[in-house]
Design a protein around this ligand. Structure first.
Ligand SMILES: Cc1ncc(COP(=O)(O)O)c(C=O)c1O
Length: 370
């Protein structure tokens, strides 16, 4: 049987294999230097140049990036942080890890991102940060958001785990708020296995982040604040650097594949992901909204050798752990999205035959089932 087509998978060639060998041969697998090892520094410089921001701090996961960002802002027990519930659980668990409370806000049904019109009503005296998520790679309008949050001086941490390469009005996701967080998990647009990065233009936040990822140590080797080992190993940094040099190519293939899928299904009246004026999408996920028969369509695609995926079947506030904190939330758009969304493979490892097979199968599924 030929290989199953997955929604996302890592795409490597000899360059990653060769750099991995070079690093293994060198024996220099990590560095406890405040500024990281050789490849950590190379990767950080490359990313900050690409995104056009002052600093990038590499860490060992996107979750660590969020956690370190919250710590750098001094978020602590008793504080509240606004987050969407329609996201990966890490968006909220990073808040819990600081002792603060995530306050869930509903999403807009037009783009699945946090509903900016609800923010003001959710801000309390305890609100000390907000984490908008650029879900599926679709940018949140951070300029509009900061107009709402600036009166209360509430810092913005972008959860850009899915949005590397996306931009809004020419400005890259990850550089729009006070801090931006990226993930390099294997299902992301580029990967280093595990990994994350925080981007910022703020000198003080940068200094705090360098210490937070390295046991709270300052330049003299003294622990002067709380920190952990959140460092990115050299192997991951080198892989991330190679992958980053391919980001534009990967995104171009995703964008081409996304157009092919849209062509295949344009006869159906479906809500498909559109690129509004001023927005550039990295096409991390191609997500449809199906008002019925989602499971049947998934099964049909599965039989054609194609995986589809639901991001997210259970919104965070409905996860058992979060229900123990507060089960009174009413987030109707979040609930609807959870019951309707379905993501289709468009990743950069698909051949022309693969993407045509995905498009044709989806068209057939919709024709026979929807
Ligand atoms: C929206 C979102 N936030 C946070 C994360 C956490 O990133 P990581 O898996 O690298 O810890 C992910 C990815 O898994 C994500 O999709």
């Amino acid at each position: 049987m030929s290989k199953k087509i997955s929604v996302n998978e890592p795409v490597f060639d000899d360059s990653e294999v060769n750099i991995a060998q070079t690093i293994l041969d060198s024996g220099l697998l990590s560095s406890s230097n405040m500024y990281g090892g050789k490849y950590v520094k190379i990767f950080e410089k490359q990313l900050s140049e690409l995104l056009d921001c002052k600093y990038a701090v590499a860490v060992n996961s996107g979750t660590s990036a969020l956690y370190a960002s919250l710590l750098s802002l001094g978020i602590k027990s008793g504080d509240e942080v606004l987050v969407p519930s329609f996201s990966f659980t890490a968006t909220a668990s990073a808040v819990i890890a600081t002792g603060a409370t995530p306050v869930f806000v509903d999403i807009s049904s037009s783009n699945y991102n946090i509903d900016l019109s609800l923010i003001e009503s959710r801000i309390s005296k305890k609100t000390k940060a907000i984490i908008p998520v650029h879900l599926y790679g679709h940018p949140v309008n951070i300029e509009q958001l900061s107009e709402i949050t600036s009166a209360d001086n509430i810092p913005i941490i972008e959860d850009g785990a899915q949005s590397l390469g996306s931009s809004i009005n020419g400005k890259k996701c990850g550089t729009l708020g006070d801090l931006g967080c990226t993930s390099l998990y294997p299902t992301k647009v580029i990967t280093s296995g595990e990994g994350g990065v925080i981007t910022t233009n703020d000198d003080e936040l940068y200094n705090q982040l360098l210490m937070i990822r390295n046991h709270g140590l300052d330049k003299s080797g003294q622990t002067i604040r709380f920190g952990l080992n959140l460092r990115m190993p050299e192997l991951e940094a080198a892989l991330a650097s190679i992958q980053l040099s391919k980001l534009n190519d990967f995104i171009n293939i995703r964008r081409k594949n996304s157009n092919i899928i849209s062509e295949f299904i344009n006869e159906f009246e479906l809500s498909i992901p559109v690129e509004d004026d001023g927005i550039f999408l990295n096409r991390y996920l191609y997500t449809l909204s199906l008002s019925h028969s989602r499971e049947e369509i998934m099964t049909f695609m599965e039989k054609q050798g194609i995986n589809t995926a639901i991001y997210y079947r259970t919104p965070i506030h409905k996860m058992p752990f979060y229900q123990t904190f507060n089960n009174t939330y009413e987030l109707p758009n979040t609930d609807t999205a959870s019951s309707q969304v379905l993501s289709i493979p468009i990743h950069s490892g698909l051949s022309n035959d693969d993407i045509n097979h995905v498009g044709q199968s989806l068209c057939n599924a919709l024709k026979t089932i929807y």
